[in-house]
Ligand binder design. Structure first.
Ligand SMILES: NC(=O)c1ccc[n+]([C@@H]2O[C@H](COP(=O)([O-])OP(=O)(O)OC[C@H]3O[C@@H](n4cnc5c(N)ncnc54)[C@H](OP(=O)(O)O)[C@@H]3O)[C@@H](O)[C@H]2O)c1
Length: 218
């Protein structure tokens, strides 16, 4: 396959030939599907999730993550749009319930970086997913906010030492228009954001030159 590079080293395509191989974990989810639609014309997208027929992965398991990276091989981009968290009143929240977000949204995504970085080609990119709750708190959402904040801090710090020109950012969405029916009761007074804005934030992270950024779609 013929590959071209631009001035920051990103690989670009020529006349429709696929030039980038991107792993999208969470591809069947609300955000994952938006990201897939946004990027599918410009890259080969490997669609992974727990129930994905070809590329199953559970990001709460290091063995499962390692198996996926061994299966997919060298990549130009890693995108993770996964992250479970327990929502419930703080006074009733148990340490075990809090661990759901720690194991999934927080360490799951961070382990995707730690275990996946060596599978990225030079100047590849990593894009994680956080959320508005780290900046704009809601009752019952402390555990999700904790994981978002941890991932955000990790990204900022990792960006200054991740090697070989690899870039790392996260997208922090507000409630999506597509999720209004599911989450609208919780997110009272939040203006839902369009799929277009969400898709573009991930595009900016993958095709842009910036690193260590939080793309806040609020
Ligand atoms: N939707 C919103 O309005 C919104 C706003 C702000 C932030 N966010 C954040 O964005 C992330 C994605 O949200 P979403 O609404 O797109 O969620 P979603 O519709 O529930 O989709 C989740 C996706 O992740 C996969 N998945 C779940 N657990 C997994 C695991 N342990 N390992 C691998 N894949 C797993 C699911 O597929 P399988 O079941 O096949 O694994 C699915 O593809 C969440 O962290 C959420 O907090 C969402």
């Amino acid at each position: 396959m013929h590959r071209l590079k631009n001035d920051i080293g990103n690989i670009y395509f020529i006349r429709g030939v696929i030039y980038m191989k991107i792993l999208l974990v969470g591809a069947t989810g609300t955000i994952g599907q938006i990201v897939y639609e946004e990027l599918k014309a410009d890259a080969e997208i490997i669609q992974a999730s727990r129930h994905a027929p070809d590329y199953p992965v559970d990001i709460t398991s290091q063995d499962s993550i390692k198996q996926l990276f061994n299966q997919v091989g060298p990549l130009d981009g890693i995108i993770c749009t996964v992250g479970a968290a327990h929502f419930g009143p703080l006074e009733e929240m148990t340490p075990e319930q809090n661990l759901i977000a720690v194991h999934s949204k927080q360490l799951g995504q961070i382990n995707m970086v730690l275990l996946g970085q060596k599978y990225l080609r030079d100047h590849g990119s990593i894009t994680l997913t956080t959320g508005i709750l780290m900046d704009d708190p809601l009752k019952t959402a402390a555990s999700a906010a904790m994981a978002n904040g941890a991932v955000s801090a990790f990204v900022k710090s990792a960006a200054i030492e991740i090697p070989r020109g690899i870039r790392i950012n996260h997208v922090s969405p507000s409630m999506l228009e597509k999720s209004k029916e599911k989450h609208g009761k919780l997110f009272q007074g939040y203006e839902p954001v369009s799929s277009t804005r969400i898709g573009l934030a991930y595009r900016k992270s993958v095709f842009g030159a910036q690193t260590g950024q939080a793309y806040k779609v609020y």
